[in-house]
Design a protein around this ligand. Structure first.
Ligand SMILES: Nc1ncnc2c1ncn2[C@@H]1O[C@H](COP(=O)(O)OP(=O)(O)O)[C@@H](O)[C@H]1O
Ligand SMILES: [Mg+2]
Length: 247
């Protein structure tokens, strides 16, 4: 099995009240191809920091991160950028859509960054939008969309470059119960039908039940003995581990 992303003994410190506080403390993680992994942890536990480190958007203070088998600190900035671009699609809690661009243009942004003409890829973008339940919405602007639609546009943008790994940072955090459920079902379908790999970080137990593997972020590390494995993880089991770990 191919390892798409890995963190080996990573540490991340942040300045807090005049002191360097450790947030990630020797964390290890491997995400394999065709795997849907969920990392659960409460607010402030370091979930976004972990994703930023894996995406190479942030450097780690110790340890190492690899994408597609390449250790990020052993290659040039240009190679890191290319590796990130070719390996990862990112889905954010706050969607991060550009307000002055239409749905079609927003989804085309990664292609423009890759130097491809979005016009040549229009049909492919429309196909992805249709797959995500957004047929006919291509000319809308973000402010004309519901939260659920905005998140589906941001998923489309993360898919358009065909990167194998989707990093999803609390993708249902700003959605209603129902819209969040639909986004989770969509992510699960991407894993099942298209063989995409997903790394989801969340504090939502319901969202965790969609994963193949659930890991718990406690005190800067992933609790090694408390991993849950799917398919069909019960939400009660997620709650049990959270209670046991006091998180
Ligand atoms: N760039 C930063 N500078 C200073 N502190 C930060 C920075 N990023 C995160 N932190 C701190 O690190 C901790 C973990 O943050 P974060 O990774 O965003 O957690 P989560 O995503 O689980 O809510 C928080 O206490 C936060 O304040
Ligand atoms: Mg976060």
């Amino acid at each position: 099995m191919t390892i798409l992303a890995s963190a080996h003994e990573i540490y991340r410190f942040f300045q807090q009240g005049g002191e360097q506080a450790p947030i990630l403390k020797g964390l290890n993680l491997e995400v394999h191809s065709s795997e849907f992994v969920c990392v659960m942890g409460p607010s402030g536990s370091g979930k976004s920091s972990l994703l930023h480190a894996l995406a190479g958007l942030d450097t780690v203070d110790a340890g190492s991160v690899s994408l597609a088998g390449v250790q990020l600190d052993e290659v040039s900035e240009a190679q890191r950028t290319r590796l990130r671009r070719d390996t990862i699609g990112h889905v954010f809690q706050f969607f991060n859509l550009l307000p002055n661009l239409t749905v079609l243009e927003n989804v085309g942004v990664p292609l423009a960054i890759q130097g491809k003409q979005a016009a040549n890829e229009k049909q492919r973008i429309l196909d992805i939008l249709a797959q995500l339940g957004l047929a006919g919405r291509e000319d809308a602007f973000p402010h004309e969309l519901s939260g659920g639609e905005m998140q589906r546009v941001s998923i489309a943008r993360a898919l358009v470059g065909n990167q194998p790994l989707l990093l999803c940072d609390e993708p249902t955090g700003n959605l209603s119960q129902q819209a969040g459920l639909e986004v989770m079902q969509l992510l699960r379908a991407l894993r099942d039908d298209e063989d995409r790999s997903i790394l989801l970080v969340t504090h939502n137990p319901r969202d965790a039940t969609f994963a193949d593997r659930v890991l718990f972020l406690v005190d800067g590390q992933l609790a090694a003995d408390e991993e849950l494995r799917g398919p069909n993880i019960a939400v009660e089991d997620v709650h049990k581990v959270l209670a046991k770990l006091h998180i």
